[in-house]
Design a protein around this ligand. Structure first.
Ligand code: 6PG
Length: 242
């Protein structure tokens, strides 16, 4: 059984970005829906998508009705090159006109435990709730080489099932502290899109898609929204071992 509910494979990263951008456009056209709450991933994968959204599709998206959150953030200042927020400003937010209030960044410069609590409260106070947990309209996630997603790492699998909305995580190699949205909230979303490109992700993707024993040790394997849609957007390189 393929673990993912839907797998969309495109020839190259550019075509993957186009597919996701078109889906976001169609999801946000219905103005009666009110605010559309998206959690973004960090790292490198989303850069090409953000460039597409801020150029080719810039005028097709009702930015005033989109509220941006982050699935995780490094505990660094917003001006730091490592900041997921800074990356998003550089590739997207600096190129579109969107109300300040629609940008709900994780404050990486704050004391991590305090900020995890603040962000969790902001999510609970702002988003719709299902089973007492915030519901995102869409969460975009990446896949780490080690099978992590957001900042839920293989040595911190407890973050998948904790009742906490957000938690302080620690990168297993660098030791860098991160703030992450936890598994129960990721699996409470209406939609989760994995955006995964490149040869270096092919092994993990094939483990997850083929439901192997090894996959069960990967946090990303356990992301499948209970009441929502899961789509893996892959380029041919990332899908090359399925
Ligand atoms: C982060 C991300 C993380 C990322 C994966 C993939 O803060 O780094 O949220 O979960 O999505 O590590 O990273 P790349 O897209 O750079 O391969």
């Amino acid at each position: 059984m393929d673990h993912a509910t839907e797998v969309k494979i495109a020839q190259n990263p550019r075509k993957v970005y186009n597919k996701i951008a078109k889906s976001i456009i169609s999801l946000t056209q219905d103005s009666s829906q009110g605010m559309f709450d998206i959690a973004l991933s960090g790292g490198n994968s989303p850069k090409g998508l953000f460039e597409k959204l801020s150029s080719k599709y810039k005028d097709a998206i009702p930015w005033e009705r989109i509220r941006f959150w982050w699935g995780d953030e490094r505990c660094v200042p917003p001006s730091d090159e490592q900041s997921n927020y800074k990356m998003t400003v550089d590739f997207l937010l600096s190129k579109i006109s969107i109300p300040e209030a629609n940008i709900q960044r994780i404050r990486g410069e704050e004391a991590p435990e305090m900020e995890a609590k603040r962000y969790a409260k902001a999510l609970k106070d702002t988003l719709q709730l299902r089973d007492g947990l915030p519901v995102f309209d869409l969460i975009i996630l990446g896949l780490g080489d080690d099978g992590h997603t957001a900042s839920i790492f293989p040595n911190q699998m407890e973050l998948l099932d904790t009742p906490a909305i957000c938690a302080v995580a620690r990168h297993p190699n660098s030791g860098q502290q991160r703030i992450t949205i936890c598994g129960k909230v990721l699996n409470n979303a209406n939609r989760v899109y994995f955006l995964v490109t490149g040869e270096n992700k092919a092994t993990r993707v094939s483990e997850i898609m083929n439901d192997t024993e090894a996959a069960r040790l990967l946090p990303a394997y356990h992301i499948a929204p209970k009441n929502g849609k899961l789509v893996w957007y892959l380029d041919e390189a990332a899908a090359s071992l399925i």
